[in-house]
Design a protein around this ligand. Sequence first.
Ligand SMILES: [Zn+2]
Length: 315
Amino acid sequence: MPFVQTVRGQVDAGRLGAVDAHEHVFLSSPFLAGEHFDDPDRMRAELDLVARGGIDTVVDLTTVGLGRRPAALAEISERSGVHVVLATGYHRDAHYAADHWVHREDAGVLLDVVLTDLRTGIDDRDWRGPAPRPTAVRAGVVKVGASYQRMTAGERLRIEVGIEAARLTGVGLAAHCEIGTLAAEILDLAEAGGLTADRVALAHMDRNPDPELHGELAGRGAYLLYDTVGRVKYRPDSDLVALIERVLDGGHADRLLLGTDVGRRTMLRSYGGGPGMDVLGRDFLPRLRRRVGDEPVDRITRTNPARFLATKDAS
Ligand SMILES: [Zn+2]
């Protein structure tokens, strides 16, 4: 049975249940000043709501240096009963201060940090302190990111490092595509680096809800990660339901993943905001079931994430 690396250890891929494929449980970024969330009690309460909404596993796509707290995360995962798959890898430039080490270290150092997270355990200070405090909590997915419509030299280097780490360890690669751009370019880099498109999930593609483009990307084998559920400032959820229907009609049910991507404290119910990390299970999935039926929804929330997150034999 293939396994998935969670913060509490390896879990059979078939036992993840319903998966929210893009979240953040602890997050602190200079790009989102004043919007950080790092309170274990509040985040435990948020995960309790997620569980009540029928979600069994969340994928926490927080990257190196953005406030990951592996030991606390494992504890609240245990107490809430929600499995958490935590990321490693590097985000786009905007999330790191100008003097951050990710901008100056070479590929060897950058890769070493990511491989340590995947194979040994994540530093409890998230690589921000003068010396690491190793934990036994391992990352289970690699995240990378590029800017809107362009990839800086540093971003390209860090994306290539992420691809190499995913290839070496067999975990999946989630790519932040800012407003849904550069997806094809990131897939090209993955394939050039020996990582097949079916090991790549393209995040935020619903910010560019173009069914023809999505059909092409899914046709190459990549996963389309729609992760702005409940984000009414972008568009109504009815548009997202319609987009999913179009992609299902195109024969790509096996390539869809869903998430909420709460990345600000004002989006969390435990901090008094909304729509809450539970919006996917609470509101959106029941609505989607009414429109498309149970089978596609189970495929999108259970079968597809289990396949994407299952660690492959390293190539
Ligand atoms: Zn995110």
